[in-house]
Write a protein that binds this ligand. Structure first.
Ligand code: MG
Ligand code: ZN
Length: 186
C-alpha cells in the first residue's frame, strides 16, 4: 500500500455555456466551439496546479431529445478540442436525468462532485466550481468548494441559499482566473 497522497485542489467545470458555446440540448459535434477565453483559462488553471473536471447536466439525454450517439459525438468532439490544446480533463461526470427524476447527481446536487473528490483525492476546501448558472455555484457551495458564476449577461438573482459572501460573479474568464490566482492558498 502506498502512503496516502496529499489532497489536491481542483476546478469543477460546467461544460455548455461555460467552456463551449451553449447550443441548448447540444447534438451537433460541428457546433462544438470554445467560449472566448475558456481555452487559455484552462491552460492557466492547469499550470496553477489544479486538477480539472467537467461536471455537466445533460437532461436532454434523459428526455430523449439527445440520442446516445449524438451525446457521444458532442462529447468526443469536445475531447478533441481539449486534446488539441494540451488540456487534460481528469474525468467527465454527466447527469442524464430530468429534474423531475429527483436524482442525487443533477447540479446543484452534490453526488458527482463528492464522488470525483473521493476518487481523485481532491481537497474541496481549496477547489472551485465554475459555471454560467447558479446551480453550478450552489453545487460548489453545498460541497465546501467555492462557486464562481461566469456570466456574460446580467445574471439572474442569486438563490437565497447563497449568502452575499458566496457570490463571486465575473463577466470574463480572464477575471475568473485572476480571482482564483489571487485567492489560491499555498
Ligand atoms: Mg451551463
Ligand atoms: Zn442525475
Amino acid at each position: 500500500m502506498k502512503e496516502p497522497i496529499s489532497k489536491r485542489p481542483a476546478i469543477f467545470l460546467d461544460r455548455d455555456g461555460t467552456l463551449i458555446e451553449d447550443q441548448h440540448y447540444p447534438r451537433d459535434p460541428k457546433k462544438v466551439q470554445w467560449i472566448p477565453g475558456a481555452e487559455s483559462a484552462l491552460k492557466d488553471l492547469q499550470k496553477l496546479g489544479f486538477v480539472l473536471f467537467v461536471v455537466s447536466n445533460q437532461s436532454g439525454v434523459g428526455r430523449g431529445i439527445i440520442s446516445d450517439s449524438e451525446f457521444r459525438a458532442v462529447h468526443e468532439r469536445f475531447c478533441e478540442l481539449l486534446k488539441e490544446s494540451g488540456i487534460e480533463v481528469q474525468e467527465f461526470a454527466y447527469c442524464f436525468h430530468k429534474p423531475e427524476d429527483l436524482c442525487k447527481c443533477r447540479k446543484p446536487e452534490t453526488k458527482l462532485i463528492h464522488d470525483l473528490a473521493k476518487t481523485h483525492s481532491i481537497d474541496l476546501s481549496q477547489s472551485y466550481t465554475i459555471g454560467d448558472k447558479w446551480s453550478d455555484v450552489l453545487m460548489g457551495f453545498r460541497s465546501g468548494a467555492q462557486g464562481i458564476l461566469l456570466s456574460l449577461a446580467t445574471p439572474e438573482p442569486a438563490p437565497q441559499e447563497l449568502g452575499p459572501q458566496n457570490q463571486s460573479v465575473f463577466a470574463t474568464w480572464l477575471e475568473a482566473v485572476d480571482f482564483i490566482q489571487r485567492s489560491k492558498k499555498n
